[in-house]
Structure formats: C-alpha cells, structure tokens
Design a protein around this ligand. Structure first.
Ligand code: NAD
Ligand code: IPM
Ligand code: MN
Length: 353
C-alpha cells in the first residue's frame, strides 16, 4: 500500500477547530478503502507563530513542505494581532505562488437539506465549478508606495496577466467543462472598464476555446455576472475567472447556495511538481472562534477533494455522499440553522462514511 504523506497546517481561528474533523473524515474514508495516510502537523503558518518568531513560517518552509503529497490547510489570519496582508502574504499566498498552484478549484452546489437564500431554487439548480486563476492577475504584488506622508504620496499596484498564466488556467477550465454534462463555460471579464488586461483575457478565451468546439462558452462582465449568480445561478456550469474575480465569485456562489461554511477549494499544481493545497474557502472567522460552532463541512469536503487528487475517487465520493446525507438528516451547525457543534457534525459524517 502506498502511503500518502500529508502536512497538516491548521493555522488560526476556526482553522484549528475544523481541522480535526477534516482529518477524522479522511481517516474514516482511508480505513474503509484501505488508503494509507501519514499525517505531520505543523504549528505554522499561524499568527501565534508570528508573535513568537516575527514571521509566519520558518525560513526553510519550502524544503520542509516540498516532499509532502498534499497540504491540508485550515485558515490563516488574526487581524487583531497581525495585519492580514502580512499573515496571508507570509503563508497561503506564498504557497500558491512558490508551489505553482495555479488553479484554484471551487465547486459550488446547492445540496438537499440546505436552506437556500434565493427564491424558488431547488437542489441541483446550483451546480457549478469556479476555476480561479491562482498565481498572478490582480494578486501580483507589483507596485509600491512613494512620497509617503507627503502631499505627493501615491500608491501603484499593477495586475499582471501572462500568456502562460492565462492560457493554462483557461485550458484547465475548458478541459473540465468538456468532461461535464452541460459542457458550458462562462468567463468572467470586465473588458468595458479594465481596458487592457480584460480584452486580453477575452482574446485568450477565444483562442483557447477554439480547441474545444464542443464546449459552449460565453463571457459576462463581472458586475452583471454577480447579479446573475443571485438571479439565475442555474445557467452556470464552469466559471473561469481571474484571481480577484474568482475570489469574489467563490464567496458569492456558496452564499447563494446556503453557507460559505460548506465550500471547499483545491489549490492545484496539476503537473504535480509541487504539493497541492486543500483549504476551505472561508477564513479563520474570529467572530465565532472558541465556541466550537464552526461548520466543519468545508474542511471535510476539502479532504474529499484531496483524496480525489491523490487518486482515490471512490473515497472522495464516499465522503461527499456522507456530507450530503448529514445535511439531510444529520446534526447541523448554527450557520445552517442548527444547534450542533463542530465535533458532533464531524463525528456524524465520519460515522456515515
Ligand atoms: P471568514 O470567512 O473568516 O468569515 C466570514 C463570515 O463567515 C463570518 O461571519 C464567519 O463567522 C462566517 N464563517 C466562516 N466560516 C464559517 C464556518 N465554517 N462555519 C460557520 N460560519 C463561518 O472571512 P473574514 O471575516 O473576511 O476573514 C477573517 C480572517 O480570515 C481574516 O484574517 C482573513 O484575512 C482570513 N481569511 C483567510 C482565508 C484563508 O486562510 N484561506 C480565507 C478568507 C479569509
Ligand atoms: C481565499 C481568501 C484569500 C484570497 C485571502 C485570505 C488572501 O480570501 O482563499 O479565497 O484572497 O485568495
Ligand atoms: Mn476569498
């Protein structure tokens, strides 16, 4: 039996509360399907580590993590003690860039048993996958601040779109759309207002789309796309977007489908030259941390995506089926109108696996 080595990076806030439930679910599936997992836990990256060491991670973080098959990540951020741009650029965003995790895959589904905030939507009406470009675009960190503190002060931050970066994200999205029954791709754009990078993005959509004649594709400006997510989410299948647009859509989509507490994501290096990272879409939720009421389903679903990426589709399906069952007749956390705690939901799902 091949043993998969997984690094556990729980991070901050509710990352620490949902992580044990993610591990519990993966362990249950591993037992059922005879999969070997070797876990290694790290107390970094985290804002506690920052307070003790003045940095989010040790300098040799890359060497320490590069040999793992996957990174299982909770959430990072504790703005009370460390500014968010420091904690995130000192951790998650470094992983994405230096491990070249250029795809951020974020499935969004309205599942039976989940109250939908939109009128007249049935389970199945929302079933999309957001493919977010994950290493460049608006998150490129190119720019600076000049003449600080003077009247002439200015800040400049560039968005960088490389042909390699855009094309590989689009190709991934078209490939995915080709495999799904609806074979439909929507590209998020804003080429009316953002007059250089977005027309370029559109141009690459046409160029890459030409290789996928079976996939119907269309483009929406991000503003009306956001409105359509709320008004008619059933029209979307694969949605591909730049880093920032993808970030926004991947909170909006899950909110339309009931709660961000169940939304998973996979930060993929599809070539597998570096470990991929699996993390909930949500953050460290300081407002609910310490009460053990966070919904662990996003973390658990991430465990399913991780097992899928490691080659265990059947284990993925078993975890997702247990999540679906739990949402219908199992305990639920307060974000879904229930009174159960994080541990109870995690235990129920593990038992169903
Ligand atoms: P958040 O996702 O942490 O919380 C937003 C809201 O959703 C809060 O009201 C929270 O209670 C609720 N929520 C989130 N996850 C939940 C869950 N599992 N169950 C129930 N309710 C849940 O976003 P935020 O408040 O903007 O950010 C808080 C901190 O997390 C910041 O430091 C931010 O930078 C960081 N953050 C980290 C990540 C990450 O590590 N991937 C992602 C987003 C935000
Ligand atoms: C996410 C988060 C991150 C992002 C933050 C914490 C930097 O919101 O994973 O969606 O913007 O990518
Ligand atoms: Mn986000």
């Amino acid at each position: 039996m091949r043993i998969h080595k997984v690094a556990v990076l729980a991070g901050d806030g509710i990352g620490k509360e949902v992580m044990p439930e993610g591990i519990r679910a993966v362990e249950a599936a591993a037992r059922r399907f005879g999969i070997g997992i070797e876990w290694a836990s790290f107390d970094w990256p985290s804002c506690d580590y920052y307070q003790a060491h003045g940095k989010m991670m040790p300098d040799d973080w890359k060497e320490q993590l590069a040999g793992f098959d996957a990174l299982f990540f909770g959430a990072v951020g504790w703005p009370e003690t460390v500014p968010d741009h420091i904690s995130l650029w000192g951790s998650l965003l470094k992983f994405r860039r230096q491990f070249d995790q250029y795809i951020n895959l974020r499935p969004v589904r309205l599942l039976p048993g989940v109250p939908c905030p939109l009128a007249n939507k049935q389970p199945g009406d929302i079933d999309m996958v957001i493919v977010r470009e994950n290493t460049e675009g608006e998150y490129s960190s190119v720019g600076g601040r000049m003449f600080e503190g003077t009247e002439r002060e200015f800040v400049l931050q560039e968005a960088v779109f490389t042909r390699t970066g855009v094309d590989r994200a689009l190709k991934f999205a078209f490939e995915l759309a080709q495999k799904r029954p609806k074979k439909h791709l929507t590209s998020a754009t804003k080429s009316n207002g953002i007059s250089i990078s977005m027309p370029y993005w559109d141009e690459r959509v046409e160029a890459i789309g030409a290789d996928y004649p079976e996939v119907r594709h269309d483009k929406y400006h991000i503003d009306i796309l956001a409105a359509r997510f709320v008004l008619s989410p059933e029209r979307f299948d694969v949605v591909v977007a730049s880093n920032l647009f993808g970030d926004i859509l991947s909170d909006l989509g899950p909110a339309c489908a009931g709660t961000i507490g169940i939304a998973p994501s996979a930060n993929l290096n599809p070539e597998r030259g570096f470990p991929s990272l699996f993390e909930p879409v949500h953050g460290s939720a300081p407002d609910i941390y310490g009460k053990n009421i966070a919904n662990p389903i996003a973390m658990i679903w991430c465990g399913a995506m991780m097992l899928d990426f490691l080659g265990h589709r059947e284990a993925h399906d078993a975890i997702v089926a247990a999540v679906e069952r739990c949402l219908v007749d199992g305990p639920r956390t307060p974000d879904l109108g229930g009174t159960a705690d994080t541990t109870a939901v995690g235990q129920a799902i593990a038992a169903m696996i």
